[in-house]
Design a protein around this ligand. Structure first.
Ligand code: AMP
Ligand code: FE
Ligand code: FE
Ligand code: ZN
Length: 274
């Protein structure tokens, strides 16, 4: 219930992902590209063809004192106006930020034109710039490009301008989506902060679920998230956060190998939707 395609920073097309999921025997998937719904129609068409359930999703980021909090919306309505406005604002901010990143790279003697980043649809970000840096020989891999230039604090780093978690969740709730705090243990926040934040967001009915199973969650982190789920009366979600070739150690449906997201997570999420 957490997958990226070429509509954002993954390397498999939406159609390829649905076929792969079907080959793997997955019962359902959610396509959750960053800041865009552009891959959903293609994925859902192939899903219908193959008889595989494809949930319309989207991953958004919000600002916290500890960095980006990622929020996955499931069963998003890709036509609702406030949500589309939020996506359009994100696209505009991404474009401005990409230009700032390219300006910093230019000062370092690396000339990349903004046109080289234009994909025509979907969302474009640092991974796309990283791939060009690799192609040009300025980095040996996408993660090397983050380490050298694009990652937080590096020479061509530009932070994103983001909304608060409550603001993002309000838009998603108004949209009718089920809301999931994605990979909560990846956020380097003190557990007290996470606990308080869940009390507020859960109490206000803005947050439905926590992503319990995720490749970045080891056994201990998974157990911690399960405790938080119980304490705050939330539901559970999980996913591989598959990005295709750029995260080659993470495979669809299986994460690092041991990932198993049980169907009852999906059943419980559906039950709450009524
Ligand atoms: P952006 O949305 O433009 O800020 O780029 C963030 C995306 O870059 C994430 O969704 C990841 O897919 C990818 N990413 C972030 N950090 C790294 C890293 N250290 N190595 C490789 N990919 C990364
Ligand atoms: Fe990503
Ligand atoms: Fe994420
Ligand atoms: Zn993701």
């Amino acid at each position: 219930m957490h997958i990226h395609s070429t509509a954002s920073d993954g390397t498999d097309s939406p159609a390829q992902i649905v076929r792969l999921a079907d080959d793997l025997g997955l019962e359902a998937i959610a396509l959750t590209d960053h800041d865009t719904v552009d891959g959903l129609l293609e994925a859902q068409l192939v899903g219908q063809e193959l008889g595989l359930e494809v949930i319309a999703g989207c991953e958004l980021a919000a600002r916290t004192p500890y960095g980006e909090m990622h929020i996955v919306g499931l069963w998003v309505n890709p036509e609702q106006s406030d949500f589309l406005e939020l996506l359009a604002a994100q696209t505009k901010m991404r474009d401005e930020r990409n230009r700032e990143i390219l300006a910093l790279l230019s000062k370092l003697g690396i000339q990349i034109k903004i046109e080289e980043l234009e994909t025509g649809s979907g969302s474009v970000g640092r991974p796309h710039i990283a791939r060009i840096l690799c192609k040009r020989g300025f980095a040996s891999s996408v993660s090397d490009a983050f380490k050298r230039y694009l990652g937080a604090g590096k020479r061509a780093y530009v932070p994103r301008k983001l909304m608060s978690p409550a603001e993002v969740l309000e838009v998603l709730k108004k949209n009718g989506a089920t809301t999931v705090f994605a990979h909560p243990m990846s956020l380097p926040a003190p557990i007290e902060w996470v606990d308080n934040t869940l009390a507020v967001l859960g109490g206000d009915g803005l947050l439905d679920a926590l992503e319990v199973y995720h490749p970045e969650h080891n056994q201990l982190k998974t157990a911690t998230v399960m405790e938080l789920v119980k304490k705050h009366h939330l539901l559970m979600s999980g996913g591989s956060d598959y990005h295709g070739k750029v995260k080659s150690n993470v495979s669809l449906g299986r994460g690092n190998g041991s990932l198993r997201v049980p169907a009852h997570f999906l059943d419980e999420l559906k039950k709450k939707r009524g």
